[in-house]
Design a protein around this ligand. Structure first.
Ligand code: ADP
Ligand code: ZN
Length: 632
């Protein structure tokens, strides 16, 4: 890589050095020769003049200097001038003393001193006020507009897809991007749709940055990364300048990847903050939008960014032609965790008896960064006890430690809780499968995601614009399936269904009050506030009779209760399927649609099939690899 000469390189340290050097010079200048100078009173001076004992007198504005003759010894003297003495010159002429006037250069000195003070002041100001805001930046005070973007060339760090595990779908979605970066022109000729802005979203530590680096590594292109929060913490206008600079640099090195971490730091909805938002943030965001629109992906630049949440981003950012490709980087499932552990275990010496699958099983909710941490901690533990290799107990203790870390505590899920969560989610699933009008179940998971402890994902077969009453009734039932399963299985209910319940109630109210779907009330629609559909009662109160409003309440309650009873019946009738699904969930955490179908169709047969499958696997494992015994 060629480095552009940077004309603005004057570091803070250099400034401080200059100031110091200047101060020293000024000091010397002021006090030069001071050591041997004799200070005379004016009267003594006049006496010496009269005696002819001085020479080379220099008369300044306030001071008189010169040489003092004392026999052979010559020393310097100075005296404070009394300007009233009009006879001095005449006296000196009379005594034959050489004299001259000192040029008045004191203003130069004072100017220099003042400038020095100002510089000193700015240096302090910068050190105390500005620098800390840059996050301890080692940056140049005179080159604010230059990004601190770290440049990574090609395979510098050597990160490729091999280093990223547990997110195969995300990787697959990035294949096209790699093809494009490898040869932008050819990709275009083949008619591939040009990607431009790719947004990676997912919880912190799931490997978004790693994935972006791996794309650069796979394609062998330059990688520029910057953190959006860095842009925001700068002077007004500087964030925008840095964005501009970042794009310029990336263009020079195209094909390349620009990666912006924590995009939400600049990309939050404009005007959403208290007091109308952050000026600097908005400027930076606007500049980013300008750059996004201004570059063509033909140029061979791919912009990637990461965020925890897409929904907080400014809609302008995710419009078509900007960050329009959204790729989820999910928290890994059990298999994924095992793979991630394997990736990181490559760097340490692992005892052969360690089964990383076991560790994966006990780390539900851990993301890639946590797992990297576990392996690292385990290696430290092993080293501390001077073991030749990392053992199972090291890993288990490391898991405990990482669990106990501040951000993980909230994610700690005990086996007992996990079982309840599994039954809850399986409850949703079983109802969804056993009601006629529900959308197909895509997958069910007991991996925490955001505030949810698990989730059941249903996907409609096709786009729908109308929803029938039967569908809505079934939807209520599915929503209540989690609570129903808890109640049937454990004879006890938990707080886990809170969100389900509020959604159920909201749906039911909408059905009765707005969609005219209640038998008793008939096709009426009570006008409610559009934005707060379900809080609209207060506003509606004076428009409608108390009686009508009360019967709406009764109907809503009836609808919900009916759905709940039905859900419990379905659960009881399909207990086998429920138990089997839970068993499988506890085993692998995520069960896909196809497997769910199998379980639902015939739980007993499924169990049998799984059992033989496992026995076969176990047999293969225990069989020595070099077994060549021939029978007969
Ligand atoms: P994010 O950008 O999503 O917050 P990072 O990419 O910064 O997460 O992940 C931090 C570290 O955690 C990585 O450098 C890597 O060591 C480890 N890590 C995270 N996810 C994975 C993964 N899927 N596979 C392997 N290692 C991972
Ligand atoms: Zn639920």
């Amino acid at each position: 890589m060629k480095k552009r000469p940077n004309i603005t390189i004057i570091s803070a340290r250099q400034i401080i050095l200059w100031v110091l050097a200047f101060a020293v010079l000024a000091f010397i200048f002021q006090t030069r020769g001071a050591q041997k100078t004799v200070k005379l009173d004016y009267s003594d001076f006049k006496a010496k003049v009269a005696a002819g004992a001085v020479s080379n007198v220099v008369i300044g504005k306030d001071l008189i200097e010169g040489s003092l003759k004392d026999g052979d010894k010559i020393s310097k003297f100075e005296t404070v001038r009394i300007t009233d003495d009009k006879d001095l010159v005449a006296d000196m002429t009379r005594a034959g003393i050489k004299y001259k006037a000192m040029p008045d250069n004191s203003w130069v000195l004072s100017l220099l001193l003042n400038v020095g003070l100002i510089v000193l002041f700015f240096a302090f100001w910068w050190f105390l006020l500005i620098r800390p805001q840059q996050g301890g930046g080692k940056g140049n005070p005179l080159s604010f507009g230059n990004t601190k973007a770290k440049l990574q060339m090609g395979n510098n760090e050597g990160i490729t897809f091999k280093d990223v595990a547990g997110c195969d779908e995300s990787k697959e979605e990035l294949e096209d991007t790699i093809k494009f970066l490898k040869n932008p022109k050819r990709f275009q000729k083949l008619g591939g749709k040009l990607p431009k802005g790719i947004l990676l979203y997912g919880a912190p530590g799931t490997g978004k940055t790693l994935l972006a680096k791996a794309v650069a590594g796979e394609a062998g292109v330059a990688f520029f990364s910057a953190s959006a929060s860095e842009f925001v913490e700068m002077f007004v206008g500087v964030g925008a300048a840095r964005v501009r600079d970042l794009f310029e640099k990336a263009k020079k090195m195209a094909p390349s990847i620009i990666y912006i971490d924590e995009l939400d730091a600049v990309g939050r909805r404009r005007g959403a903050g208290i007091g109308g938002g952050h000026d600097e943030r908005e400027q930076t965001l606007n500049q980013l939008l300008i750059e996004l629109d201004g570059f063509e992906s033909k140029e061979g630049i791919i912009l990637m960014a990461s965020t925890n949440r897409v929904d907080v981003l400014d809609p302008a950012l995710i419009r078509p032609g900007r960050f329009d490709r959204h790729i989820n980087v999910p928290a890994p499932d059990m298999k994924g965790r095992k793979e991630i552990l394997e990736v990181h275990a490559r760097k340490v010496k692992l005892d052969p008896s360690v089964d990383l699958g076991d560790i994966a099983k006990g780390t539900t909710g851990f993301v890639g960064a946590d797992l990297a941490n576990v392996v690292n901690e385990a290696a430290i533990l092993a080293a501390r006890t001077e073991k030749p290799a990392v053992t199972k107990s090291d890993l288990e203790e490391a898991v405990e430690r990482v669990f106990a870390g501040p951000q993980r505590r909230s994610r700690l899920i005990s086996p007992k809780e996990k079982r309840i969560i599994a039954y809850h989610e399986a409850g949703h699933t079983v109802i969804a499968k056993k009601t006629d009008y529900s959308d197909p179940v895509h997958k069910v998971s007991v991996i925490p995601r955001g505030p949810a402890l698990g989730y059941t994902m249903q996907l409609p077969l096709e786009d729908k614009f109308l929803t029938s009453r039967s569908e809505l009734i079934d939807r209520l039932c599915v929503l209540l399936g989690g609570r129903a399963a808890e109640s049937v299985v454990f004879k006890e209910i938990t707080t886990g269904a809170h969100d389900d319940l509020s959604r159920t109630t909201a749906y039911a109210r909408q059905m009765v009050a707005e969609l005219g779907m209640s038998d008793k009330l008939g096709p009426i629609s009570v006008q409610t506030n559009e934005d707060e559909v379900f809080l609209g009662r207060e506003l509606a109160r004076h428009k409608y009779s108390e009686e009508l409003l009360r019967s709406i309440d009764t109907e809503v309650t009836g609808l919900v209760k009916g759905a709940y009873e039905r859900a419990k019946e379905i659960i009881t009738a399909n207990r086998d399927a429920l138990d089997t699904l839970v068993e499988r969930l506890l085993e692998i955490e995520v069960v896909e649609g196809k497997e769910i179908d199998e379980i639902m169709a015939n739980p007993a047969a499924y169990k049998e099939k799984l059992k033989t499958l496992k026995e076969k696997e176990a047999a293969e494992k225990s069989k020595p690899a070099d077994e060549t015994v021939q029978e007969g």
